[in-house]
Design a binder for this molecule. Structure first.
Ligand code: PEP
Ligand code: MG
Length: 562
């Protein structure tokens, strides 16, 4: 793509290229700054009007949920539940009874709950979009207007929006909506979840997107996060065609993971709950390489009981019955604080009490979680592997291993801290396996916040220092014949995945959307090519040289992430 056209950048969520004119969702109702007051005598009838509107919206969403399969249906169902939420409806009714009209009360109740969700952060904060969607639908219903949202275009188009409501995204037709980009949202927002399910190239959190006029032709690259405004039409068409050929090629990959000459490398999925596991089960993933359990409990004030936890874990184990499932114990803290496990204030939370370190500050949380894992395992007949996050010392690994083995489970550790990579051989004396978390390993090796867009070049997993530590941990496993996988984002980069295989990692675990890209790329090269690429990469001085070295040995299709 020629570089003179204006390009915006965001967080890539679903790989693929889409090109077409911009469309935007139909305007939502104007939200009044404050409600209109209503007389005493009209208030009960107004409560009734609000209740009827909320009910009509919930029913319509439920109806659409019943006609929509998979994760999209689950999202619509969850949004309908939100429309029926007793606390939210109660807050609106109370406001009406104090003299505000139904529209004003809907707005006030939504603002109150949105503020609450935002304070909770994480997944809960991402539900604010869903709540505002409900508000808009209820207000349109109260005003007798048609439901706000998306009108399907007459030609293949690129959908741009601030954020998309689940009810809008769930019904998208991938032959008409060829790409999606939002200025808000995160990789776990509903927009991202549904785009992934539908296979629509998607980029979120794009700065400057709101200024792109409707009708302008844009190209969205869901692998790199690049959005090119008004590109050269011929070049854009060539990129789209290359992408189509590549997608067709990878879609034919059905696993299991292996190089061209049959060297096996397991291809696994990263998930965060039962719905994620069910989505991953639709791909050729051979199992789950990272179940991020803390993401199930970000909205909890109190610790979930052993039974509550066991129910959630069992859902994931059942979905992958008879296959490998690697569960990570709570990685509470830093960007994923859990109110029941972490102290509210830390000067430097990424270097604070997170991961395995909560065992000292929140005694019993790990024991109860391991009890729940053991309970879920015995209920489902699963044999999960259980690993601790943020291990930095041999003694942390040893103590964790004792607790896990006591419960008849198989212990392992994440390698995310440079000290753990350097001591991988000694850590492995106590454990059955390791899994390298390149996201944190890059952050801690390079002393660069993984959330900072300005420092993204430093937290690039192609940094040779990071790859040196990866190689060190992989070597430790290979020497004693114990599995060492990679479950950070590095494993989702098809070219880097081949380099990792060359470093002797035994599994690659990534988002479900990346599985076929990684599997197909690995299947296109020999293990000797991977080993030569790994050796060459480890001699380089910077990420660009590392990528170039890898390409020299691995060649092949156009790199999606370069
Ligand atoms: C990692 O750090 O690479 C990892 C997989 O863990 P998380 O991204 O959940 O911190
Ligand atoms: Mg991590």
């Amino acid at each position: 793509m020629e570089q003179s056209a204006l390009a915006l950048h965001g967080t890539p969520v679903v790989p693929g290229i889409g090109y077409g004119p911009v469309i935007r969702p139909v305007a939502r109702p104007v939200i009044p700054a404050e409600g209109t007051s209503i007389p005493d005598t009209a208030r009960e009838a107004e409560v009734g009007r609000f209740e009827d509107a909320a009910k009509a919206v919930a029913e319509r969403l439920r109806d659409r949920a019943s006609r929509t399969a998979g994760a999209a249906g689950e999202v619509l169902q969850a949004t309908a539940v939100l429309a029926e939420d007793r606390a939210w409806r109660g807050a609106a009714a109370t406001k009406i009874r104090s003299g505000t009209d139904a529209v004003g009360a809907t707005v006030a109740a939504t603002d109150r709950f949105a503020a609450l969700f935002e304070k909770m952060g994480g997944l809960q904060a991402e539900r604010v979009t869903d709540l505002r969607d409900i508000r808009d639908r209820v207000i349109a219903e109260l005003q007798g207007e048609p439901e706000p949202g998306l009108e399907m275009p007459g030609e293949p188009s690129v959908l741009l929006a601030a954020d998309l409501a689940p009810a809008d995204t769930a019904g998208l037709d991938p032959s008409l909506i060829v790409a999606l980009a939002t200025s808000l949202g995160g990789p776990t927002s509903h927009t991202a979840i549904i785009a992934r399910q539908l296979g629509i190239p998607c980029v979120v959190a794009v700065a400057g997107l709101d200024d792109v006029p409707t009708g302008t032709a844009v190209l969205v690259d869901g692998a790199s996060g690049r959005i090119v405004i008004a590109p050269d039409g011929t070049q854009a068409a060539a990129e789209v065609e290359r992408d189509r050929v590549e997608r067709e090629r990878v879609a034919g990959w059905v696993g299991p993971g292996a190089t061209l000459d049959g060297h096996p490398v397991e291809i696994l999925a990263n998930v965060q709950d039962g719905a994620g596991a069910r989505a991953a089960r639709q791909t050729p993933a051979q199992g789950i390489g990272l179940f991020r359990t803390e993401l199930c409990f970000l909205d909890r004030d109190t610790e979930p009981t052993v039974v509550e936890q066991a129910d959630i874990y069992a859902e994931v184990f059942e979905t992958f019955a008879g296959r490998k499932v690697v569960l990570r114990t709570l990685d509470a803290g830093s960007d994923k604080p859990l109110r029941f496990a972490n102290h509210p204030e830390e000067a430097n939370p990424a270097l604070g009490v997170r991961g395995i370190r909560i065992t000292a500050s929140a005694p019993g949380v790990l024991d109860r979680q391991l009890d729940a894992v053991a309970e879920a395992a015995s209920r489902t007949g699963a044999h999960p592997w259980v690993m601790a996050p943020m291990v930095a010392t041999v003694s942390e690994a040893a103590e964790f291993a004792v607790k896990v083995r006591e419960r008849g489970l198989s212990p392992g550790a994440m390698i995310e801290v440079p000290s753990a990579a350097l001591l991988a051989d000694r850590i492995l004396e106590h454990l059955d396996f390791l899994s390298i978390g390149t996201n944190d390993l890059a952050q801690y090796t390079m002393a660069a916040d993984r959330m900072s867009p300005q420092l993204a070049a430093l937290t690039d997993p192609w940094q040779p220092a990071v790859l040196d530590l990866v190689a060190c941990a992989a070597r430790a496993g290979a020497e004693v014949g114990k599995p060492v996988g990679v479950c950070g984002e590095a494993a989702a980069d098809p070219l880097l995945a081949c380099v990792l295989a060359g470093m002797r990692v035994t599994s690659l675990s990534c988002a479900a959307s990346a599985i076929t890209f990684v599997g197909a790329r690995l299947a296109s090269v020999s293990i000797d090519q991977c080993r030569s690429a790994a050796e060459a990469v480890l001699q380089t001085a910077d990420p660009a040289a590392a990528r170039a070295a890898a390409l020299r040995y691995l060649g092949g299709p156009v790199e999606r992430n370069s």
